[in-house]
Structures are given as C-alpha cells and as structure tokens.
Ligand binder design. Structure first.
Ligand SMILES: Cc1cc2nc3c(=O)[nH]c(=O)nc-3n(C[C@H](O)[C@H](O)[C@H](O)COP(=O)(O)OP(=O)(O)OC[C@H]3O[C@@H](n4cnc5c(N)ncnc54)[C@H](O)[C@@H]3O)c2cc1C
Length: 381
C-alpha cells in the first residue's frame, strides 16, 4: 500500500505505528481493557507528541495538518484496538467543532488546554429514543432570565464522558416544534453540578468507556452555546463525516493487525507435524482477509483524500466506514478460527478485537444507515 502514499505520508504512518509498538504497546492496551481503565498515561504521551492538535489550524496553536494526515494517525492508533484509538479520536474530532464554530472566548478557553492534554472532549448525540434517528433528541435546554441554560433529560452512550477533565459537546433540543432546526450544541464540562454520569458495563469500549448521563435542571452558563441556537444539526452532521472518516481508518489499522497476528500464529502453530500455515484452507482464509483489508484501506484513503481536498464525500466516507467496520468484524472472526482455543485468552488479543468490532458496525451510524446514505447517491434523477 506504500506506493499509494507519498514519502512523507508513508513516513508519518510508520512513525505512528512505531510509536504504538514502542511507547504504547499492545500489553498496555490489553491491560486497560482488562481493568476497564481509561488510558491516561498513553493520552499524555500522545499530547506530549503534539498530536492532539494535528488538525487544528496553526494560528490556533495546532499543527494545521489535513484530514489525510489525521486519518493516517487514526490508522496507526487503531493498530491494537478500536477502543484505544477512541480515547484519542473522540476528543480530537470533537475538538474540531470548537475550531469551526467556537467564539474567540471558547477557543481561548478550550483549544490550548486541549492541545496540551489538560482537557479532553466527548460528543453526546445519542439518547434512549434517539439512536439512528439522532434528530429525535429530547433533552431540553431553555434559557432563564439571565440567559443561562437549564438542561433536563437523558443522554446515552457518550464515550469518554467519565474521564477526568472532559468537556461534553451535547446535542440538545431548544425548539420542540422543529425537529432538525430545533437542535443546538452546548459545551458542558463533566464536573458541572447536577450532572450524573455512569460508565456502562459494555461488551466493548472497556477503556475509553461509554456512559449514560442524567440531567435534571442542570444550569449551564449562557456562553456554553456552540455556534448559534438551532445550528446543532448542521454541526453534528459535519462532525459525523469527520468522525466516520477517522474511525474507518482506525478499523482498518486494527483489521490489519488482526490478520498479521493470525498469519504469525499460523506460521508458529504446529499440528500434524506441520505449521497450520501449510494447510491451504488456512492460507486461503487469510488471503481473503488481507484482500478485504487492502480494499478497506483503499476506500479509506480515497475518502480522506477527498475530505482533505474539501470535496463533497459523504458517500465515499460512508463506504469506507461501512466496509472498514465489516472488514474488522470478519477478520477478527477469522482470526478467532485460525488461533483456535488460544484465541479465547486475553493475551491473544483476538477476542478483544472481535468484541470491539461488534460495536464498530453500530457506533458512528450503523452499517444499515451507511447503506442508506450510499444508496441516496444512487437514485435515478
Ligand atoms: C460502545 C458504544 C459507544 C458509543 N459512543 C457514542 C458516543 O460517544 N456518542 C454518541 O452520541 N453515541 C454513541 N454511541 C451510540 C451509537 O451512535 C448508536 O448506538 C447508533 O447510532 C445506533 O443507535 P441505536 O443503538 O439506538 O440503534 P437503533 O437506531 O435502535 O437501531 C437498531 C437496529 O435498527 C436498524 N435501523 C434503525 N433505523 C434504521 C433505518 N432507518 N433503516 C434501516 N435500519 C435501521 C439499525 O441499523 C440497527 O441494526 C455509542 C454506542 C456504543 C454501543
């Protein structure tokens, strides 16, 4: 795949991969999963590299990288599992909403501390009755006489919201009579009095964690509004395109590692006096997997290239998200078969890749929703 990337891009991907191998390590990622611990130490190391600000414009203190650079970082960070990648990707793609829509005061308050790793961001769109139908948001926000926001409702599945010093970009309803136009985004620090955040005991996302959030007349200052009243749906739609592009790359990075780990194991494991790699049936399973990973990666690179060039690409991003997530799921499942009984143990990592892959065809918009987006572009006019 290297010939698809130019020399600088190849070197950047290699740098992130090497950083994962040497500075983060699969053992650390596994330990965070087993203990359901947020990867604070790794997050700090990544902040120290300056990578949190990769996409943020230089005039705001970031590196001014483009979406392709960012996506290659996502691919590298995904190597040892999607949950780990999420701990960095969720804050970084959510931060871009502040860069795009924040007031000068909001940027001053949040952007530099974020780049330095002192605060992080989560995005809270989903609710019990607002999943694929995300605009069905019911959490209400009204302004009191001082202009402060009073927020009541329940949000669900907000990843990373229980981690220290996290600011939640929360989609709320500000107009009950206008489904899409009645939504706004508030920036709510997770230590705001009255906010109740519970980490959920989910199958995947053990380390970053995903949460339910209860709000009962929670007071949020007036300057917490991101963008304008009623602009929430536009902000979230743009947010989701960047999120899907990033996560698709992370799925592909993890799918590659699942296949590589299975190939390594197949060469080592001897049965019937020969490495199981020598059985053609095993080799063919892995050849199918590698073909899927390469195809997923090409879809990813196409979408990132178009996004970096500011070309309309929601169809291409959805294709990358759809195919990347389904590829990770099928490669992890094949990996389980190739690794036999050993695959069940945490130290084999494959059961973790499989657990996490099951969420990948749901989070950020399900595979069915991606197909709906893709098929919209196929209508005969
Ligand atoms: C671990 C985890 C982390 C998450 N992190 C976050 C986060 O950080 N922030 C956040 O806001 N959300 C987050 N989510 C929520 C995620 O985005 C939603 O779960 C997802 O959008 C699907 O919504 P749902 O679970 O309510 O499923 P539903 O929308 O109820 O869907 C159930 C099934 O019906 C299908 N379906 C629904 N509508 C249609 C349709 N129109 N056409 C065809 N099929 C349809 C779906 O594809 C799915 O198969 C997370 C979820 C999980 C599990």
């Amino acid at each position: 795949m290297a010939n698809f990337l130019d020399e600088t891009q190849s070197m950047w991907l290699e740098t992130v991969n090497r950083f994962m191998d040497k500075e983060i390590t699969v053992e650390y990622v596994r330990k965070c999963d087993m203990n359901r611990e947020y990867p604070y130490e790794a997050y700090e190391k990544i902040a120290n590299q300056g990578w949190l600000g990769l996409l943020i414009p230089e005039e705001e203190g970031g590196s001014g990288g483009d979406i392709f650079d960012y996506s290659l970082m996502a691919e590298g960070l995904g190597k040892f599992g999607f949950d780990f990648a999420c701990s960095v990707l969720v804050p970084t793609f959510t931060a871009m909403n502040i860069t795009k829509y924040g007031t000068p005061e909001q940027k001053k308050k949040y952007v530099k501390p974020f780049i330095e790793g002192k605060i992080r961001f989560s995005v809270s769109i989903s609710e019990p009755d607002a999943g694929s139908d995300a605009a069905n948001t019911k959490t209400r926000a009204r302004q009191d006489a001082n202009g402060d926001w009073i927020v009541s409702g329940q949000k669900l599945w907000c990843s990373g919201a229980a981690a220290k010093n996290t600011v939640i970009a929360m989609l709320v309803r500000t107009d009950a009579d206008n489904k899409h136009g009645g939504l706004s985004v508030l920036l709510i620090p997770n230590d705001t009095p009255g906010l109740v955040i519970n980490k959920l005991p989910t199958l995947s996302r053990h380390a970053t964690g995903t949460t339910e959030i209860f709000l009962d007349e929670v007071r949020v200052p007036r300057d917490a509004l991101l963008g304008e009243v009623g602009q929430g749906w536009k902000i979230i739609t743009e947010h989701l395109e960047l999120e899907r592009c990033a996560v698709a790359h992370a799925y592909t990075g993890n799918a590659q590692e699942a296949v590589s780990a299975a190939v390594r194991y197949a060469h080592q494991r001897v049965q019937f006096k020969q490495p199981i790699w020598d059985f053609q049936v095993i080799r063919h399973m892995l050849a199918d997997c590698q073909t899927q990973v390469d195809a997923a990666r090409l879809l990813c690179y196409r979408s990132a290239k178009m996004a970096a060039a500011h070309e309309p690409c929601s169809r291409e991003v959805s294709m990358a998200k759809l195919y990347g997530s389904e590829t990770l799921k099928s490669c992890a499942l094949t990996g389980m078969q190739v690794l036999g009984g050993y695959a069940n143990l945490p130290e084999a990592d494959m059961e973790r890749y499989l657990r996490e892959s099951i969420q990948c065809t749901i989070g950020g918009g399900t595979s069915q929703i991606q197909k709906t987006i893709i098929s919209k572009s196929m209508r005969l006019s």
